[in-house]
Design a protein around this ligand. Sequence first.
Ligand code: DOR
Ligand code: ZN
Length: 427
Amino acid sequence: MVTVIEGTTLTPEGPQPLRLGIEGERFTDAPRGQADISFDDGYILPAALDIHVHFREPGNEQKETLRTGTRSAAFGGVALAVDMPNTQPPTSTVDAYEDKAQRIDQNAHIDVGVWAGVTPEGACFELGDQATGYKLYAGPTTGDLLMDDPDSWEDAVERVAPTGRPMAVHAEHPAMLHDAAESITDWEDPSSHLLSRPGLAEARVFESLAPIANDVDAHLHGAHVSHPASAKVLHKHGLTSEVTPHHVLLDSNDVERLGAFAKVNPPVRSPETRQALMQMLREGILMCVASDHAPHTRHEKGSGFQKAPSGMPGVETLFPLMLAKAFRDEIPIERVLEACCSAPADVMGLPAGRLDPGCWANLVHVPDEPVSIQGDALHSKCGWSPFDGFEGVFPSALMVRGSWVVERSRLVGNAGDGRFVGGPGWE
Ligand code: DOR
Ligand code: ZN
């Protein structure tokens, strides 16, 4: 049985009528005749994929859980998220990986993949092509997964190549961060964080790893790119990249305003850097947008600048913020749909992110006007957002693989409706 949905979609040429067929979990050609579901207002768009989130389970359930994180994602129009391995225990062994996959199958409202954490022993590589992807922490941040010896990075690139899976890299050269930290005298001053984590420490990691990745045919993916020099290196080597909404929308002025609530690794930088990153996103030099949803409780964030952990929530605001920018003509809608939907699907090698026959039937219905974001009305367990007062276009409906998860702005799906999405070897 084919279900037919009709309405209006957004294209580079403006709004256009749309008819979609859905059979089981996938889009198919729409047969002639009356539609089963008709949207008279707003727009039908592909749902987003957020390939960089920290849902915190297991081990840090006071910040977020798979249930609350995927619920928040659903209200933001995200059909699939890929979770980071810096949980407790870290997702760096086959056992920890299988445990997380099982938790996802039992608790998730949307589909969730998992980045396996690379450690010096490389236990995760036993997963081969079963892992959704791999994550290399070439820089210190929340959790215990730092690989601080640059020689070990090269080994990781060589070991990931035969798996065919992408390896996301958190790039902040440890030795360069160490040197930069020497000059800091007052760690309670919010500007200390940016001074201690310079952008060139990021570019340096990508400059050394990109040629090696090309040599051994490894798919390296630049996580949360925060400096134009890094974006250029990745682009030059044909490697994939993501930028976060906070790196294109927030800068050092927001750190003054929000204090530790805007403390994040890598840091948000100057207004000029922010604008340069936004321009590279417009041009497609930065390929994807991913949220780096990294919730911490208000209490943890309010415990003094130096002590506060780095990271901010964002899975629910990722797509709404970018759509609002498109509605205000600050970025072409086709770039937003690429960056939030089709490009991340391509990075992960998934049949998603497009309203095309054969793709998973993941879609959103959105209104035609943005609203003002209110952090405490969002659905993450942490209960706050750095984007309070920014405009967002929030979906009123979300379909994931042919089933409604959100309808009329209400959650209608159940925990466990989402499923774990691994690499091709998982099935
Ligand atoms: O600011 C950050 N927070 N950056 C990261 O890389 C990790 C994240 C977290 O897990 O809190
Ligand atoms: Zn992250």
